[in-house]
Design a protein around this ligand. Structure first.
Ligand SMILES: Cc1ncc(COP(=O)(O)O)c(C=O)c1O
Length: 379
């Protein structure tokens, strides 16, 4: 059997990683500023992570959600404390799309309403409900109907109010920072007004922090820059450093009922242990502060003389969620960074390079990237 070919693959196969370094099967070394798509939050093969996950596997890898699991309770308590959402509760699942599915389902059960408001260029995942609120018709099949969804432009509060005032919306779903769209940060004032309108019209505010959250931007969640609280927050990616997990953080106003949400694998022993190891490392190594500091380093390095670097038309993002809008004459730069300079980076379409490195990245590694960047872009 061959693989179902849905990805464009680079002809590179990493077989080993340590921190922000990867080695391919021929022993070539690379630096990872992509983090496997914002997933590797505490670096590859961190010794504490490896120890905790291996020891848990040797003890008990999995049992079902029909029994007590104190690892889930520990994770909820730790996550509540570090995120500032300790009065909320946690539902564990396996991925980002699944977290969003469950968040929207909970909002719909709670309000008894069917509609969702989403934003132009949004990405919330590829499963049926998540793709219905994703503004990309190319990845939505005829089966993934979005008849209950309306899209409005980001930062357009009048368009939001026009819809919410109908009283038909269960929820508004919004990314803390739009990632796949090319790194677009919603205005703080818009987020505060959005919060006010959701409360006014009895609609739940769902913050998708799957890419923008978990310390990457120098706070635990990106929406916390605007000082608001969401009714539901979804998280995944960096949560367990590559072990599949998703989390739905749910307001105490939403009462759980039997049958509302459920899962076989979600919150299993290995996933929870991996997530607890991530939180240990994040706290012990002050990684949220490091994300802020290295993020500031990149911002200044890409703004020599206060203006964007000559190869850029714009620098967007916060902390270590960075979108580099490349000038047309530098197209192909991402491939050159990989094949000539051995730096993995992400992309959003052909003209945006995304930097989503591990939160452990050092200033030395960031400087080495800037040296490569300058080598390739000097004219
Ligand atoms: C903002 C956002 N939401 C949801 C998802 C979907 O997550 P997953 O691929 O784990 O289903 C992604 C993945 O890139 C994302 O960036």
């Amino acid at each position: 059997m061959d693989l179902f070919k849905v990805y464009k693959l680079w002809d590179i196969e990493p077989v080993r990683g340590l921190g922000t370094t990867l080695w391919d099967k021929d022993g070539n070394e690379y630096t990872d500023l992509y983090g496997g798509h914002a997933v590797i939050s505490v670096g590859h093969s961190h010794p504490h992570y490896v120890k905790m996950v291996s020891e848990q596997l040797a003890r008990l890898g999995f049992y079902s959600n029909a029994v007590q699991n104190s690892l889930q309770k520990d994770l909820a308590a730790r996550l509540g404390k570090i995120s500032g959402y300790d009065d909320y509760s946690l539902f564990l699942c396996n991925s980002g799309a699944e977290a969003n599915e469950n968040a929207m389902k909970a909002a719909s059960f709670h309000t008894g309403r069917a509609r969702m408001l989403a934003f132009d260029k949004a990405f919330h995942g590829r499963t049926s409900g998540a793709v219905a609120v994703t503004d990309n018709p190319k990845i939505r099949s005829p089966f993934n109907s979005c008849e209950n969804v309306t899209y409005v432009p980001l930062n357009d509060i009048e368009a939001v109010e026009k819809e919410l005032s109908s009283g038909l919306y269960a929820g508004v779903i919004i990314e803390g920072i739009q990632g796949i769209a090319g790194i677009y940060v919603p205005d703080d004032g818009f987020m505060r007004e959005l919060r006010r309108l959701c409360t006014k019209y009895g609609t739940l505010l769902i913050l998708d922090e799957i890419q923008s959250g978990y310390g990457r931007i120098g706070k635990f969640f990106a929406h916390q820059f605007s000082g608001i609280r969401a009714d539901i927050v979804t998280t995944a990616k960096g949560m367990a450093n590559g072990f599949p997990i998703g989390g739905v953080i749910i307001s105490p106003d939403i009462r759980p009922e039997y049958g509302m949400l459920g899962t076989t694998f979600g919150g299993n022993h290995l996933a929870c242990t991996a997530a607890l190891a991530v939180l240990d490392i994040m706290e012990n190594e002050h990684l949220i502060e490091n994300a802020e500091k290295t993020g500031e380093f990149f911002r200044s390095a890409f703004h020599p003389d206060g203006k964007p670097d000559p190869a850029l038309s714009e620098y967007r993002g916060k902390g270590l969620m960075i979108g580099l809008q490349i000038r047309p004459e530098f197209s192909g730069l991402r491939d050159r960074l990989l094949f000539e300079e051995h730096f993995f980076t992400g992309a959003a379409g052909p003209s945006v390079i995304r930097l989503l490195p591990s939160l452990t990245i050092s200033i030395d590694t960031a400087s080495a990237f800037m040296d490569s960047w300058h080598r390739l872009t000097k004219q």
